[in-house]
Design a protein around this ligand. Structure first.
Ligand SMILES: C[S@@+](CC[C@H](N)C(=O)[O-])C[C@H]1O[C@@H](n2cnc3c(N)ncnc32)[C@H](O)[C@@H]1O
Length: 273
């Protein structure tokens, strides 16, 4: 039987009606370091607390700009577009993209909290029962750390990060370092011509500089940060190997997204060269 609330959600997705603004969350209002911690997210998503929750913007405010932005990628191919959501949380963005993308989507949805993936699975199954999702479209859920993604090089056409790097950056000591690691991983995963898209509330004046910086240079950090990182991740690979950016990105561009709440957000993107 279809849950009444789910029916409302389907209506929103199909008609492009917004979520209640009260459910959105503006990350910049939270300067709290806890947002960079696994334990915070684990507690937040624990069972019984798994309603849809969108950071920054509702999917219906961003799906069209995203689809326009990636329309040219592998446009001649008949294969599904290979897409990765980095830090999915309880967002329905990937579901919206699967529904509205004119091409089949092979989506990989990643988070380091298993409860977030349970939500994604439940949501996908509910929609599959209610509306016709393309049979060639697939969704794979992967519980992993975005700093060490368990995928081969060049396996994705598009990577989307809505609020995840912003959360990493809340770590006062390791924020930039972790963002650099994640950037390296995303660049590694993309095919040449593939795109990394980020949705953030941070102003381009500072964000563009930061993105350019971590996309192009090896990251200097003190030994304490490296040790913490090794300890936390039980990393066995050589640190400097991990930090090597063998592939390059184009320069970063952005587009302003005016949300219905009146706040301004930004879609940033760069292309793997
Ligand atoms: C600000 S929330 C954004 C969630 C979702 N993208 C959205 O738009 O609502 C950041 C998400 O990234 C996940 N995350 C943070 N650090 C991570 C890491 N190192 N590895 C994997 N996921 C991480 C958190 O669990 C959380 O779901």
């Amino acid at each position: 039987m279809i849950h009444c609330k789910s029916m409302k959600a389907v209506f929103r997705i199909l008609k492009g009606v917004s979520y209640q603004q009260g459910q959105m969350f503006v990350l910049s209002h939270f300067h709290d370091e806890k947002l960079s911690k696994f334990t915070y997210w684990k507690n937040r998503y624990k069972e019984g607390n798994q309603e849809v929750f969108e950071w920054f913007v509702d999917p219906d405010e961003i799906v069209e700009p995203i689809l326009n932005n990636i329309a040219h990628i592998q446009a001649q191919s008949t294969m599904p577009l290979r897409y990765i959501d980095i830090g999915c949380g309880l967002s329905d963005l990937s579901l919206h993209l699967t529904i509205h993308c004119p091409r089949p989507l092979s989506a990989v949805i990643v988070d380091f909290v298993s409860e977030a993936l349970q939500y994604q699975n439940k949501s996908y199954v509910e929609y599959q029962q209610m509306i016709q999702l393309r049979s060639e479209s697939t969704q794979h859920l992967v519980c992993a750390d975005v700093l060490h993604l368990p995928f081969r090089d060049g396996g994705f056409d598009v990577a989307i990060d809505k609020g995840t790097m912003d959360a990493l950056m809340k770590d006062k000591v390791q924020g930039h370092f972790k963002s650099g690691l994640m950037m390296g991983e995303v660049i590694r995963l993309l095919i040449p011509g593939g795109r990394y898209l980020q949705i953030s509330d941070e102003d381009p004046d500072s964000r563009l500089l930061f993105l350019e910086n971590i996309s192009t240079r090896k990251h200097d950090c003190d030994e304490r940060v490296k040790d913490n990182h090794r300890e936390a991740t039980k990393a066995t690979t050589n640190f400097h190997e991990q930090m090597k950016l063998n592939h390059k990105l184009s320069s970063w561009k952005f587009k302003s997204i005016q949300s219905k709440s009146g706040s301004e957000y930004f879609l940033y993107w760069a292309e793997r060269l």
